[in-house]
Every structure is written in structure tokens, then in C-alpha cells.
Design a protein around this ligand. Structure first.
Ligand code: 5RP
Length: 223
């Protein structure tokens, strides 16, 4: 099976976690896109969705799914999103699609986080995937120095030769070369750096369930 077929399989499996009549929190990225396409097929069963990025909002709307502002929603029963890496304990690196801050906000409002990913995202230790950190643009240099002091190699994420700007008008610094032994501690430490908006470690509040696509079918991990 191709990686896309594995992503499609977990996207389909995630439909089982959609609660009828509810507003669903929806993540960002290629796996989340497959999920949105599946959600479009059952859109009459749900009230709508809260999106974690402008791109996700646009794709939801293209399927005729109502998109709600988080401020107008009192509860989200389930949030469904991909990950760049996930451990067997449910801690994740996210932000490969630069949507980490809104992903963390929407998932923090949800009762349940269902991570959908192809099996290659399951790792023993987080850090091989460069850790995304969203930063206020004026703080880019000072935050980069502080991130370098943690032992990683900070790289400003570029798009078309210019700093990539997130939906929040911020930049992304990708911190390469880390071996993250204590993800909760590192998440707390990086979030304390002035100028950091969000670090793409989802360990303090990790996934509750992971659906991982493998050649042998969709494997479910519960945390
Ligand atoms: C976006 C994310 C994505 O969930 C993560 O990058 C995984 O993406 P994909 O499903 O394309 O592999 O965190 O900010």
C-alpha cells in the first residue's frame, strides 16, 4: 500500500469517532485532508466543524460543511488530526504544515484527540523530525539563539525564498537534531521562551487514541 492509501485508510477509520449532530475539531495536513474528504460524505450527520487552519476551513467549506468560529462553540467532543511523529505513549511532534498553534488551541478545547497517521510516524523517541516552533517575527533571532542553547540546530522555515508566515502572521523555526528524552519537560521549557507562540510538541496534552495505517490494516493505540 502507498503512503497515501495508508492515510486514506486511517481517515476512513476515523469516521467511527465522529459523533452524530456534533461539531468536530479538524486538523491540518495531507492526512487531515483525506479525513475532510471522508467527512464530506457524511456531512449531513454532523452540525459542522472547527478548523485548525485557513486551508482546512477552505477544504471543509468546499464540501459544504459548516465551519464554526471556536469562540462560538461551547464544546468539541472530538478533534481529529495527523502528526509528524507519535510515540507509543501518545506524545507527538506536529507543525509540519505550520498550523501548530491553531491545532493546539482547537485540540485543547476537545474532549478527545484522535491522531490519524501512517505507521511510519510511530517512533521510539521524538526529535528526528525537526521540531517546529511558531515565533513572533521580531523575536526570531533571540528565540533562535535560545533554541540553539537547548542543543538543536534552529532553521527559519522558508517558502519561495522568504520566511514562511503562518495563518497568525508569525514565523516558524524548525529545531533539528534533537533527541527528546522528556517531551513534557521540553514542551514546558520552550513555551517559556519569550517570543515563542507555540512549540509543536503535544506531550502535556497528547493524543487519546492513535489510528495508524499499516500493511496489516489500521492499528489502534489507546493512551
Ligand atoms: C500540520 C500538522 C500535520 O498534522 C502534520 O504535519 C502531519 O501532516 P501529514 O498528514 O501531511 O503527514 O501538524 O501543522
Amino acid at each position: 500500500m502507498s503512503q497515501d492509501e495508508l492515510k486514506q485508510a486511517v481517515a476512513r477509520a476515523a469516521i467511527d469517532y465522529v459523533v452524530d449532530g456534533a461539531i468536530i475539531g479538524v486538523g491540518t495536513g495531507s492526512t487531515a485532508n483525506f479525513f475532510i474528504d471522508e467527512l464530506g460524505k457524511i456531512k449531513d450527520r454532523i452540525k459542522g466543524a472547527v478548523a485548525s487552519s485557513d486551508a482546512t476551513a477552505a477544504r471543509l467549506k468546499s464540501h459544504g460543511i459548516a465551519v464554526f468560529d471556536l469562540n462560538d462553540v461551547s464544546s468539541i467532543l472530538v478533534y481529529i488530526d495527523g502528526a509528524d511523529e507519535i510515540t507509543a505513549q501518545g506524545a507527538m511532534i506536529k507543525g509540519g504544515g505550520a498550523a501548530l498553534t491553531r491545532e493546539k488551541i482547537v485540540s485543547s478545547a476537545a474532549d478527545k484527540f484522535v491522531c490519524i497517521a501512517d505507521g511510519s510516524k510511530l517512533v521510539d523517541t521524538l526529535g528526528k523530525f525537526p521540531l517546529p516552533v511558531e515565533v513572533i517575527p521580531m523575536a526570531q533571532a533571540v528565540v533562535s539563539r535560545k533554541l540553539a542553547a537547548l542543543g538543536g540546530e534552529p532553521r527559519l522555515r522558508l517558502k519561495d525564498g522568504r520566511p514562511l508566515l503562518t495563518d497568525n502572521g508569525c514565523v516558524i523555526i524548525d529545531l533539528a537534531g534533537l533527541t527528546i528524552a522528556d517531551a513534557v519537560q521540553l514542551e514546558t521549557e520552550i513555551n517559556q521562551i519569550v517570543g515563542v507562540v507555540t512549540v509543536g510538541l503535544f506531550a502535556r496534552r497528547g493524543a487519546d487514541i492513535a489510528l495508524l495505517g499499516t500493511a496489516d490494516g489500521v492499528k489502534k493505540l489507546t493512551f
